[in-house]
Design a protein around this ligand. Sequence first.
Ligand code: GLC
Ligand code: CA
Length: 548
Amino acid sequence: MANWWKEAVAYQIYPRSFKDSNGDGIGDLNGITEKLDYLEDLGIDLIWICPMYKSPNDDNGYDISDYQQIMAEFGTMEDFDRLLAGVHERGMRLIIDLVVNHTSDEHPWFLESRSSRDNPKRDWYIWRDGRNGAEPNNWEGIFKGSAWEFDPLTEQYFLHLFTCRQPDLNWENHDMRAAVYDMMRWWLDKGIDGFRIDAIAHMKKEPRLADVPNPDKLRYAPSMKSHLNYDGLLDYVDDMSRNVLKHYDIVTVGEMNGLFADRAEEWVGEHRNRLSMVFQFEHVRLWEPEEGLRPEPAVLKKIFTAWQEALEGKGWNALYVENHDLTRITSRWGDTEHHWRESATCIAALYFLMQGTPFIYQGQEIGMTNTRFGGIEDFDDVSAKNMWRELAAQGRSEEEIIAFLTNTGRDNSRTPMQWNTWPNAGFSDGEPWFQVNANYEMINVATQQQDPNSVLNFYRALIQLRRQERTLIYGRYALELPQHEQIYAYRRELAEDTFLVLCNMSSKAANWSEIELSLKGAHCVLGNYPQVDEDYRLHAWETRVYRF
Ligand code: GLC
Ligand code: CA
């Protein structure tokens, strides 16, 4: 079924790092409003902004202390309303981050909940007695350490899957759900166009909260199985849909680690009335970053093709390669040393033209790269700091830890957006809250706007092409050259119309033969090299899009 969010191209904004409008060094809502023309001009239809709510910022806004107020550093509710109006005036839409697996420990709900064992909101969070003077079970938090925190006030522990300042809400409690639904309706009635639902995969916990087997005799054991896509989670989604989501024409995207293609339809099947799309994690392996650094094309083919085929005619994919929790994709999969521009654009074509709604993370459209860290003081992210402590306790050297976090750390994608060659990359007139990547004089929006061959202009061309061609939106995906070790190739087909996307995912030239895949009758409509030299040969990181 055709609809607006399937045809949209989406852009993710991390407000803290996008644009500072008042010189305090922190990106803000008015900064986003200033850049709406830029986004419109790029061809963006849908904007997702990361949390902008009131928050003590233990996890940069993902710890919310009031869902109906704006973080003072980001501006006011009037600023938000102006931003929303500006988005709508330009024919774009806006979705916000719904963070309801947990709140901040400063949220009034939690303050009440912790105040006494018989407070009516006690059960809105997950409280348990300790066991022999220690935690109620051996679960490890996602950001390391125990998943439990002792509260001396009532002498019980509360569960927190993320930091100890992010207590988990108890989704078994119906009063708590009703309060969350009221809050959601309040935003929807204000006119926002949907939600990206944070950490939805973790909302359901194994009901007995039992220990996980602990083979390594670690004090805290990896406990993902007890709360990642746990049986019964979809009942929560159904309840949320019945009460709120299905009553609005909105788009919803669930952050769904732990979901595989074979069960994707249960989440986003057209007739299920659940979510529009999910951000799946198979191709980025967020929680096992060491393994997912530079995947072989064969691995990517397997994962993407499984998702494309599983949802063909049944549901819809969200397509992405970057976000605020991942390292920069050109550093991760590409070759920033020898083929920065080619690999940034090749990866762009690879994921962008599959079936689904493509998301671009701020700075991805100019090929921003990972940054450099000199020591622990250069990191901001709470999970990086916890990881540092953990690795240091294991006796790893400072160099090893920096190397590990440089390749995996979330701070890489949180450096300020690079707008131009002015001081602080044009992000702020003041001292930026976080280091600007040293390469901003080379990689920035203003310079790339002038250059017809820039990464930015390649993204612009991709967006235009997708916008014009229904086949690139709704057409069926089919993998080509399945055994090729360097080239990722796929077709998109709708009725008589066919496109072919070719990507050489390597720093060496790659050949194939006409027998394997013929180009007869095809003409090239987009590419990242100045001209097509030889039909059956691609240069390093060359991409071409053909039409038949
Ligand atoms: C999601 C967010 C991440 C945050 C976590 C806890 O994974 O994307 O940034 O730290 O949830 O809210
Ligand atoms: Ca500011």
